[in-house]
Design a protein around this ligand. Structure first.
Ligand SMILES: O=C(O)CCC(=O)C(=O)O
Ligand SMILES: [Fe+2]
Length: 351
C-alpha cells in the first residue's frame, strides 16, 4: 500500500458513522459469503481455576480436559478476577473508544511516514492488495515484560487507563501461569514444564477490540476465521453483545458471554508444544446491524527469541512429531501474512 494511502486510512468507527454500504475492501468475495445467522450456542464448560490444584479438584481438572478436547476453549472463573474489576476494565475500554477521533489518533499504529507499527491504535495491517479488511478497530499494546512496554502508546486518557491496564496484566499473568501448570498436569508433564519453558519473559499483548454496528453483517466479518498464534489467549467478551463463533466439526457455534467469567482459548503454540493432543480452535467474529461490540483479548506467547516444538516426552513411535521447530519470532511473522491471505500459519508448521 502506498505511504499516503496508509496515512490517510480511516478507522472503521469513522466509516461506520457515515452509514450506507460498507466500502468494497470490507466485503467478502461471493464464495466466502457463508456467514449465516443465529448458529447454535456452544455449551462450553465453566472451570474454576482456583480449584484446579485443591485436593478435591479432580472434577475441575476433568471439566478442563473435556472442554479443551472438544472446544479448544473454556469459560474460566477465578478468585483473582472479581466482577467489579471486570466492569472497570470494560468501562475503561468503552471510554477509550468513545474519545474523539483526534485524541485516539495520538496512539496511532502508523508512523508519520505511513509505516505500520505493531503496537498502537488502528485497523488491519494491510499485507496484500486484495486482502479483505475486518470491521474492527483495535488498540494493541505489549504489556509484559514490563521493561519492554512502550508507554508513549498507552493512553493517558481516561486518566486511570495505565493503572488499570497494569493491574489487569498482573492478574492475568497469575491466571496464565496457573493455566500453564494445569496444561502440564493434563499432559502428565512436570507441573512446571510450561512455566519453565516460558520463563520470566513471557510476552503478553493486549488487544482492545471495537466492532461498530455494521449495515451488512451478512457479507462483512468483525474478524475473519483464524486461530490465534499465541500459546493461549484470555478474552473478556462484551457483556451484552454476542459475536464470537467457534468452528467444531465443520459447524459454527456462538460462544456466549457468561457473567463474571473470562474465556480462555488455546493458541497455535500450545497445539505445537502438545504435539497436537490439544488443538487451537478456529474462530471468527460476526458483526450485527444494531449494536457496537467491545472485547478485550490478552495473548500469551513464548518470548520471540525462544523456540517452540513438540515436547520431547509427547513424541514416540505411536505419536510421531507432528510439527517443525520454530523460532517464535518467525512464527509470528508468518502469522501476519497467512492471516491476510485467510490461511492458517499452523498448516505450514506441520511435518
Ligand atoms: O472479539 C472477540 O470475541 C474475539 C477476538 C479475537 O478472536 C482476537 O482478537 O483474536
Ligand atoms: Fe482470535
Amino acid at each position: 500500500m502506498a505511504v499516503s494511502e496508509a496515512a490517510g486510512r480511516k478507522q472503521v468507527q469513522e466509516i461506520a458513522s457515515h452509514s450506507g454500504e460498507p466500502p468494497a475492501r470490507f466485503v467478502l468475495k461471493d464464495q466466502d459469503r457463508s456467514i449465516g445467522t443465529a448458529p447454535l450456542v456452544a455449551p462450553v464448560p465453566t472451570v474454576n481455576l482456583s480449584r484446579l490444584f485443591l485436593p478435591d479438584g479432580d472434577d475441575e481438572v476433568d471439566r478442563l480436559r473435556s472442554a479443551l478436547l472438544s472446544w479448544g476453549l473454556f469459560q474460566a472463573t477465578t478468585d483473582e478476577m472479581t466482577s467489579s474489576f471486570i466492569d472497570e476494565v470494560r468501562i475503561l475500554a468503552k471510554m477509550f473508544f468513545d474519545l474523539p477521533r483526534e485524541e485516539k489518533l495520538k496512539y496511532r499504529n502508523i508512523t508519520d511516514k505511513g509505516e505500520f507499527k505493531l503496537e498502537g491504535y488502528g485497523n488491519d495491517r494491510v499485507a496484500t492488495e486484495d486482502q479483505i479488511l475486518d470491521w474492527n478497530d483495535r488498540l494493541y499494546l505489549l504489556v509484559h515484560p514490563e521493561s519492554d512496554r512502550n508507554l508513549e502508546l498507552w493512553p493517558d486518557n481516561p486518566s486511570s487507563f495505565r493503572t488499570i491496564l497494569h493491574e489487569f496484566t498482573t492478574k492475568l499473568k497469575k491466571i496464565g501461569d496457573c493455566f500453564l501448570r494445569a496444561m502440564a498436569k493434563l499432559l502428565e508433564l512436570e507441573e512446571n514444564y510450561f512455566t519453565d519453558q516460558f520463563g520470566e519473559d513471557t510476552s503478553m499483548y493486549v488487544r482492545f477490540n471495537y466492532y461498530p454496528s455494521c449495515p451488512r453483517p451478512d457479507i462483512v466479518f468483525g474478524i475473519k476465521p483464524h486461530s490465534d498464534g499465541s500459546a493461549f489467549t484470555i478474552l473478556l467478551l462484551d457483556g451484552d453483545v454476542d459475536g464470537l463463533q467457534v468452528l467444531r466439526d465443520g459447524e459454527w457455534f456462538t460462544v456466549p458471554s457468561v457473567p463474571n467469567t473470562l474465556l480462555v482459548n488455546l493458541g497455535d503454540q500450545l497445539e505445537i508444544m502438545s504435539n497436537g493432543i490439544f488443538k487451537s480452535p478456529v474462530h471468527r467474529v460476526v458483526t450485527n446491524s444494531q449494536k457496537e461490540r467491545i472485547s478485550i483479548a490478552m495473548f500469551f506467547s513464548k518470548s520471540p527469541q525462544k523456540y517452540i516444538e513438540p515436547a520431547g516426552i509427547l513424541v514416540d513411535e505411536a505419536r510421531p512429531k507432528l510439527y517443525k521447530k520454530f523460532k517464535v519470532e518467525d512464527y509470528l511473522k508468518a502469522l501476519f501474512e497467512t492471516f491476510a491471505q485467510g490461511k492458517r500459519a499452523i498448516d505450514f508448521a506441520r511435518i
